[in-house]
Design a protein around this ligand. Structure first.
Ligand code: TEU
Ligand code: CA
Length: 558
């Protein structure tokens, strides 16, 4: 029987480049992480997902890997890595690595070989095709990249095109070739032997492309997606990884699953030996955009968010295991998206934390979220570092003009999440003594770890408390979910039941007081925690404060 430790676990995500710099080169590194282990442990989290630490030319900062078995020298050495894993394990913190195997870097030896000639032994590791048109100068099909523009790149050397669903420096691996999966098994085994506990599998549902690579239906974004999202052979590929490697080590997996629905999620995560333990769904991150395209910014709607979250809470309940997240290295900070970044900013950050930690699924807290860091919203294009940001700017400026494009970047660029962790009010927020690789958010004087350590009511201490409560009350983890006011666009009030336990969670998404009706038998409940010092001690008729969150628990009679 598989050890399902992850169900009761709370994860922390580290984006190494922006976490803590130990040597003043402006780039976060492993020694920096080691110096913060006591802090990480103090959060009460059980596991860490590390964004890629492997060698990478940084076209996509680690999501373009040039060597799967070595540590990026900017981050340290393999000795540093081993030491970090040992220390984390001593603190009972598990280590989950990023597994990026839909594509490699174009500097990976497999690719530099592959492009040399059509009969190179590595040719078939990637997806090469002749172009269309008289001289073959048109891409082989109409698929577009996640970073916008064509998904094909012409290569002079052999006069063929290769597929890249992401940047042109990230050629897609060819899973029609069984050798490629064998390579992946070897990579997994290498890290599992080192003692890592599992993998966050990057865009894992994209591995299998449809035979013949047919043209896709034309769309605003991702033309072609029906031919590779949840593709024909994907479950078979994942099944093989489970059977031949992962199951032997009882390794944990969470698969990043772009644009899949609940029935599809169930194929991946339910049953006796599911291909994946759990997935990251995306739908709940679209409550402030149109058609799931983040650049098509739309006013946030609580109703949309609740409908989506509710659907996933119910859809996976007792069938499969869910994950919970508001932030990661690809999402702008949640404060300023789903709650106010100006008025009642800290209350909003804490409200989002309350919800994250009182729903069913494994919560993932992204570095800096626990202190309520906000998006930087840079207004100068040169200050951005992210490849997706540049590519989407080029497309957006044609549609929205330069100003419109910059405004959208400020709201949704991935760099909003990649500014350094704000440790204190010293120079560069205590992240580095050198020049940071990306700007530090100038609000570090108001928002930083050191200051929040000293305040009892800080967002940091609030997260700690909620993480602790989740450990103490199984109803937080395993309870049923019921939205008590699904039609409200102002408040989110839900009830969770597990055996004889019950909690009711109140959240005010507005920055004004909102009147709420009493719960039936309000006097049977008591306040467990809240983000205001003066929340009502029972869920009686009253006004919720701006961005107030309050968790009530039913008192057991005996
Ligand atoms: O993300 C996949 C993915 O879907 C994102 O690129 C997403 O489309 C985009 O961020 C929306 O803004 C994973 C990684 O998390 C991301 O950092 C990588 O760039 C990408 O895969 C390629 O490896
Ligand atoms: Ca460094």
């Amino acid at each position: 029987m598989k050890n399902q430790w992850y169900k009761k676990a709370c994860f922390y995500q580290i984006y190494p480049r922006s976490f803590c710099d130990s040597n003043g080169d402006g780039i976060g590194d492993i020694k920096g992480i080691i110096s913060k282990i006591d802090y990480i442990a103090s959060l009460g989290i059980d596991a860490i997902w590390f964004s890629p630490l492997y060698c990478s030319p940084n076209a996509d900062y680690g999501y373009d890997i040039s060597d799967y078995r070595n540590i990026n020298p900017e981050y340290g050495t393999m000795q540093d890595f081993d030491k970090m894993v040992k220390l984390l394990h001593q603190h009972n913190i598990k280590v989950v690595m990023d597994l990026v195997v839909n594509h490699t870097s174009d500097k990976h030896q497999w690719f530099t070989e592959s492009r040399k000639s059509k009969d190179n032994p590595y040719r078939n590791y990637y997806i090469w095709r002749d172009g269309k048109g008289k001289d073959g100068k048109q891409p082989p099909n109409n698929w577009t990249s996640f970073f916008l523009g064509s998904a094909w790149q012409y290569d002079e050397m052999t006069k063929q095109w290769y597929l890249h669903l992401f940047d042109k420096n990230q050629p897609d691996l060819n899973y029609f070739n069984p050798r490629v999966l064998e390579e992946v098994k070897d990579i997994l085994t290498f890290w599992l032997k080192k003692g890592v506990d599992g993998f966050r599998c990057d865009v894992i549902t994209l591995l299998s492309k449809r035979e013949g690579l047919p043209d896709g239906k034309k769309r605003i974004a991702l033309t072609g997606k029906e031919h590779y999202i949840d593709g024909p052979k994907i479950l078979e590929l994942l099944g093989q990884l489970q059977e031949d490697v992962l199951s032997k080590y009882d390794a944990f997996t969470v698969g990043e699953s772009v644009m899949i629905d609940i029935p599809t999620a169930l194929k991946y995560t339910s049953g006796d030996n599911p291909p994946l333990d759990t997935i990251f769904a995306f739908e709940h991150m679209n409550a402030d955009n149109y058609f799931g395209v983040k650049q098509l910014v739309r006013k946030f709607s609580l109703k949309r968010l609740k409908n989506t979250v509710g659907k996933w809470q119910d859809g996976l309940y007792e069938k499969a295991w869910n994950t919970l997240y508001w932030e990661n290295h690809d999402q702008a900070r949640i404060v300023g998206r789903y709650c106010s970044a100006t008025e009642y900013r800290e209350m909003g950050a804490q409200m989002m934390g309350t919800i994250l930690l009182t729903l069913s699924g494994t919560p993932f807290v992204y570095q800096g979220q626990e202190i309520g860091q906000t998006s930087i919203g840079m207004t100068n294009l040169d200050d951005y570092r992210d490849v997706e940001t540049y590519r989407s700017y080029n497309t957006m400026k044609k549609v929205f003009g330069k100003k419109g494009a910059m405004k959208r970047l400020a709201y949704c660029s991935r760099d909003n999440a990649r500014t350094p962790v704000q440790w204190n009010s010293g120079e560069n927020a205590g992240f580095t003594t050198g020049t940071p690789w990306i700007k530090v958010n100038p609000n570090y004087n108001q928002i930083n770890v050191a200051q929040q350590e000293t305040q009892k009511t800080s967002t940091l201490n609030y997260y700690r408390k909620l993480i602790q409560l989740r450990k103490e009350h199984d109803v937080f983890v395993f309870g049923t979910y019921k939205d008590l006011l699904p039609k409200s666009n102002k408040v989110w009030i839900y009830r969770r039941n597990y055996n004889d336990d019950e909690i009711v969670v109140f959240n005010n998404f507005t920055t004004k007081p909102v009147k709420v009706a009493p719960l039936k038998n309000a006097d049977e409940y008591t306040l467990l925690t809240s983000n205001y010092p003066n929340s009502a001690t029972q869920p009686t008729k009253r006004k919720l404060h701006p961005h107030e969150s309050a968790v009530y628990i039913k008192v057991k009679k005996d």
